[in-house]
Each structure stands twice: as C-alpha cells, then as structure tokens.
Design a protein around this ligand. Structure first.
Ligand SMILES: [Zn+2]
Length: 270
C-alpha cells in the first residue's frame, strides 16, 4: 500500500463528515491535490513540472454534498459568482481525452466560439497528455471523471473512490497544470462515499440535465433532437471518448449553431 492509500484510509472516517481537517505536514512522495487551495485560475501555461504548493495546515475539505448539481441555477447557489445569463446552457463532454474525437470536438467548438467542460478520465489522459493540454490551451475547463471510470463507483468504499479521484486529479494536474474543482461521477452514480471523497478532494459533484445518450450511438438524428430540446439553465451531456463519436460530432455540428440562433449562450461552470 502506498503512502497515499494509507493516508486516505486513515482519513476516511473523518472525511465522511466533510469537515475534517486534512492531515498535513507529513513527508511523502505523493502529491495531495485535495489540499491545494481551490481550482486554479492561473493562465494556461506549460504543464506543471513541479509539485503543487505545500498544503496549508488549515486547508479543509469542502462540505460533502447530498446530491449532485443538475442545473446552472443549482450550481450558482453553491458556487458564488455572477448570475448566468437567462439564456445560458453549459456543454459538458465526458470520457476523453481521445486522440481522434477530442480534436474534432475542439475544432467544432472553436468555430462557434463555444466553451465547454471536458470531464477527463485519468487513464485516458495517460498517453494523451498533449490532447489534454490542447483542451486547456483552447480555453476550456476540465473536470475529474475518475481514474478508470468504475461502472459501480456507488458501490465502492470511500478509500477506493478516493484513490480513483486522487489519481486522476494528480494526472490531470501534471498534464495540464489545472486542478479540477468539478467532479463528474461515472454514469452520474453517487453515494455518501462518492460525495465524501469528492469533498475531500475539494470538488463539487456535477451531473447533467439533458442526456442525449450519445454514447449508445442511437443515430445522429436522435442525439440532435434530444439536444435541441435543451432549455435555458440546463447542463448538456456529450462524449468525446468511449468509442466512435462520429454521431456526436455530427449532432453538435447542427445543434450548436441551432441553439445559438435561438439566442442560447454557452457558458462555463466557473
Ligand atoms: Zn463517463
């Protein structure tokens, strides 16, 4: 068992309260993104080559949520900031980065000047670090979508969830220099352990409002129709990983300009 695992096991009971002090100060080779102050807002730069700043001994986990965020208004209630425009929608893109599909999606978003939240799987960042960097360099945001996308994450013990989250967090930070503040659970599955682990890593769990089930490849028309049913304030879900995403790309090619012509404004969760 490595140091990270030991620490997590020790801290698991306390972390469940969502208010536990993060144990700090112990020497060890592992980074502890959970203790790094908040998500970075620094300009996109070269990938991190040195460990994050030393944790503050007073850094704490976030309060554990009891349900994920589903809409923009729910998000804004939890994360202070200017109100979203009344016609705002947010586009989230899961399961990448992928060397084929992510660049296609990025080109599409660039053409229409649409920002998005990319929910990255740690073991997909592995080997595709430049794709992950391209996402951030294009001005998009990144979220933590676990290390290995466990299908039954809601049935895992908190220390296992924590390992999934922390390993992905380290990898995303190493590759992009960004420390996600948003956690997207695989399949949107949640449990008290998932909420506690996300809070320990100082992330807010966010699901979605509009799911066109593009990952099942139901046909471009089906994905398009479902996304066109979007309403202001919704969080939309699409995928750039996990398989052939040609239907998703084709649908977005129609949906993005259509929603824009309807007056919708794509926003980022920040
Ligand atoms: Zn996923």
């Amino acid at each position: 068992m490595n140091g990270l695992s030991r620490r997590r096991l020790i801290g698991a009971g306390l972390a469940a309260t969502g208010t536990a002090l993060v144990t700090g100060g112990s020497a060890g080779p592992h980074r502890r993104p959970a203790t790094v102050p908040a998500a970075s807002t620094d300009p996109v730069a070269a990938p991190a080559t040195s460990p994050p700043p030393a944790p503050s001994p007073t850094a704490t986990a976030l309060p554990a949520q009891e349900r994920p965020v589903f809409t923009l208004s729910e998000y804004r209630r939890l994360v202070p900031g200017p109100a979203f425009p009344g016609n705002a929608v947010a586009l989230t893109i899961d399961d990448g980065p992928h060397p084929t599909w992510t660049p296609k999606v990025l080109r599409l978003l660039e053409r229409y000047h649409v920002p998005a939240l990319f929910c990255l799987i740690g073991n997909q960042v592995l080997g595709h670090e430049t794709v992950a960097r391209d996402i951030v360099a294009a001005g998009h945001q990144v979220a933590n979508h676990t290390w290995s996308h466990p299908g039954k994450i809601a049935h895992l013990a908190q220390d296992r969830v924590q390992q999934e989250i922390d390993r992905a967090q380290n990898k995303i930070y190493d590759a992009t220099g960004k420390l996600p503040a948003i956690f997207r659970s695989p399949g949107g599955a949640v449990s008290p352990a998932v909420f506690a682990a996300a809070a320990q890593a100082r992330m807010l769990p966010i699901n979605w409002t509009n799911d066109p089930r593009d990952w099942t490849r139901p046909g471009t028309r089906s994905i398009t129709d479902r996304l066109l049913a979007a309403r202001p304030g919704q969080i939309l879900l699409c995928h750039d990983g996990g398989g052939d995403r040609a239907q998703t790309c084709a649908a977005l090619e129609t949906v993005i300009p259509a929603l824009q012509s309807r007056g919708y404004q794509f926003v980022v969760l920040s």
